[in-house]
Design a binder for this molecule. Sequence first.
Ligand SMILES: [Zn+2]
Length: 160
Amino acid sequence: MSFTMVVVKLSNRYQLPTNTNINTNKKVIQQMKQCDYCAKELDSYHLMYCKDTDCEEKAMKFYETRRRTENVFGVINIAMVVFIMIGLITAVFSPVIGNFMVAGSLIVLAVTVLILPYAPESFYKKWRIKKTTFIVRIFGVLLIIGACGFSVLALYYNSK
Ligand SMILES: [Zn+2]
């Protein structure tokens, strides 16, 4: 072990935490104190879920279902985004067919998102499972409203 390594080791060991370090530690502890499922504050830093609730059970069920279905979810998502783009291009030449294609794809996407409400990992870090699932389902409802809009558009062009 070289002299510089010893110095670095010692200085690391006896280094007093700076203010920024204390702040980041506090932040980490605050995040750890939240229930992984419902985001409620926890009594102990060692716990991951609320005590005397079914939060842990629900979270396990969520992770298990997601593990089994996230590939299906991904494939349907990509396919529907492609269909929506094809639909939008088609709508330039044939508004009725194009808008119906977009509406149909949005409905399939909405139903998928409502049944399998998955979001990127950063959502779960911020809002945990329960709230993220709720937000994703609201997004699903918005997709249905969007689908209705495109259907109305298609019907409008059809009646002209
Ligand atoms: Zn909880």
